[in-house]
Ligand binder design. Sequence first.
Ligand SMILES: NC(=O)c1ccc[n+]([C@@H]2O[C@H](COP(=O)([O-])OP(=O)(O)OC[C@H]3O[C@@H](n4cnc5c(N)ncnc54)[C@H](O)[C@@H]3O)[C@@H](O)[C@H]2O)c1
Length: 264
Amino acid sequence: MPLDTSPVPDYQQQLRLDGKGYVVLGAGQGMGRQTTHALSQAGAQVLCMDIDSDLAEAVAAEVGGIAFVGDATKRSDIEALAAVAAERLPGVDGFVDIIGMARWGGVLDVNDEDWDWQFDMVLRHAYLASQILGKHMVEVGKGGTMVFIASVSALTAAPNHAAYGAGKAALLAWIKSVAIELAPYGIRANAVAPGTILTPRMEAQFDEERARHNDELTPLGAMGRPPDIAGAALFLSSPLSGYITGRTLVVDGGVDVKFPYTPL
Ligand SMILES: NC(=O)c1ccc[n+]([C@@H]2O[C@H](COP(=O)([O-])OP(=O)(O)OC[C@H]3O[C@@H](n4cnc5c(N)ncnc54)[C@H](O)[C@@H]3O)[C@@H](O)[C@H]2O)c1
C-alpha cells in the first residue's frame, strides 16, 4: 500500500464560527442561553430571540449579541426576525431552534385544544423558521446549518407525552425533508434529542427523591444539564459535523441504550 499523504484538516479550527451569524430561537434561559454562549464562544455573532423580553435582553447583553422579542409561533414575528438577522448579523449562517414545552396528558385525556397548542409549541416555529430563514439562506447561497431541539419523547412512549411525543416525532420527519430538499444549497438540518435535562423550568418540578432516582437510572450517573445540549448544538452547527444531515443526536447519558428487561 502507498503511504497515505492526504491532507489533514485543522480539526479544532473546524469547530470555530468566526465571522458568522447565528439566530437562537428561545435563547433566554437553560439550553437556549447555554447554546447562545457556545456559539458566541466559537466566534459567532448571535441574534437572541425569546418571547420574554427580560430574558432576551439579558442573554444578548451577556454575549454582546442582539436581542429580539417575538413569538416564534407567529409567521409575522419570524419574518421580522429574518429581516433583523439579514440586516444586523454578518450573515445568516444558521439557527438553533430551542423552543418546545410539554403539556402533560395521556392518549385518552388529550383534548383538541391541547393537541393544537402542543403542535404549535413543538412544530409550528420549526416549520416557520426553516421556511423563512431557509429562503434567505438559499438566496444568499452560502449554505448553513439548522439545528432543532427534539426529545427522546419522539422515540419512546414517554408517559403523559402522547401529543408532545407525536409533535416531536413530526419534527424529526420535517427535519428529514428540510435536510434533503436544502442539501443541494449546502444547508444541513439536524436534531438533538435530549433525555431529562435539568433546565431552570424542569428543576422546579423535581423533588430530591425523584431527582436521585433519575440519576440512578442514568448510565452516566446523572440527569443532563443545559451545557450538555449546547455542546451538541455547537457541534451540529459547526463545520466539524459537515457531513451529517437529517440526523438525530440523542443526548441522554445512555438511558436509551440500556437493555430494558430484568436479566435472567
Ligand atoms: N428539559 C428537558 O428535560 C427536555 C427534555 C427533552 C426535550 N426538551 C426540549 O428542549 C427544549 C428546551 O426545553 P427547556 O426545558 O430548556 O425550555 P425552557 O422553557 O427552559 O426554555 C425555552 C425558552 O423558549 C422561550 N419561548 C417559549 N415559547 C416561545 C415562543 N413562542 N417564542 C419565542 N420564545 C419562546 C422561553 O421563554 C424560554 O426562554 C424544548 O424544545 C423541549 O421540548 C427538554
